[in-house]
Unconditional design. Structure first.
Length: 150
């Protein structure tokens, strides 16, 4: 055994975190490749809500779009109020919500995005209205990917 291996600290093995009940089930980006002069780019997401909202009143879906150099970024966000389920027969399927975020092709300084491969990260959050404003209750795992800007 080498001396470096014997003295190296090892982290205790942790169980993987369970996937949250709030999930981004499906994400479609159109058009891809995207031309800034052709209008808006759409991120269409289907979000699965947990069966129990536990006081959550707002669904927020957000995406961060960044250029490889990180000099061009844009944060997109949409909040939707959640209705409490009406007195309907109990469904075994968790509720699903469709959300569309649109990007106008402009960066954070309102300059058209340059051609290249951009990275995005989209996630959903459940929020409740607290005394000091919205409070995060649950966050989905992110969906990451790339899109081509021409």
């Amino acid at each position: 055994m080498s001396p470096g291996a014997a003295s190296a600290k090892s982290k205790p093995a942790k169980a993987p975190r369970p996937e949250p009940e709030l999930k981004v089930l499906e994400l479609k980006i159109s058009p891809n490749p995207y031309r800034v002069s052709a209008g808006a780019l759409e991120f269409s997401a289907i979000v699965q809500l947990p069966k129990e909202l536990d006081g959550a009143t707002i669904l927020e879906v957000s995406s961060l779009v960044t250029s490889p150099s990180k000099t061009s970024i844009r944060f997109l966000s949409q909040r939707k109020p959640l209705e409490s389920p009406a007195a309907t027969p109990i469904s075994t399927e968790p509720p699903k919500v469709s959300v569309v975020l649109t990007w106008d092709g402009m960066d954070h300084t309102k300059v058209p995005a340059e051609a290249g491969t951009y990275h995005f990260e989209l996630r959903a959050k459940l929020l409740s209205n607290g005394e000091k404003g919205p409070r995060t209750l649950m966050v989905s795992w992110p969906k990451r990917g790339t899109l081509e800007v021409r």
